[in-house]
Design a protein around this ligand. Structure first.
Ligand SMILES: [Zn+2]
Length: 113
């Protein structure tokens, strides 16, 4: 958005919608390795473990990436799709037999600064 529209990251408001929460997102060593390569010293905070399994916190990872890009206004819905199949689709939660989300995004035509 900065490159194409000249957006200032500080002006951008980001929302992280319903999606799988860390407690349902168990990952294997390949993903753990990629997370460590991508996030460096922050990786361990994104990889909680429990009972010998490792999980990936997608919400925190996306928040961190947005913050690193200068986006300061971030809202996380906190809704886990796997916990609420009556309301949301979850590929993992429903083992692949599920629907798909659609999203609609619009640009406000007004110009700032
Ligand atoms: Zn859940």
């Amino acid at each position: 958005m900065s490159a194409v529209y000249g957006s200032c990251p500080a002006d951008i408001r980001a929302g992280i919608g319903p999606s799988i929460a860390a407690h349902h997102y168990e990952v294997g060593s390949e993903v753990v390795q990629r997370v460590r390569e991508t996030f460096g010293s922050a990786a361990e905070s994104l990889l909680p473990s429990q009972n010998g399994s490792t999980y990936f916190d997608l919400w925190a990872a996306n928040q961190l990436l947005l913050e690193q890009s200068g986006v300061g206004q971030i809202e996380i819905s906190g809704l886990c799709t796997a916990c609420h199949p009556e309301d949301w689709y979850s590929h993992r939660g429903e083992r692949g037999q599920t629907g798909r989300f659609g999203a609609l995004i619009a640009l406000n035509g007004s110009q700032h600064g």
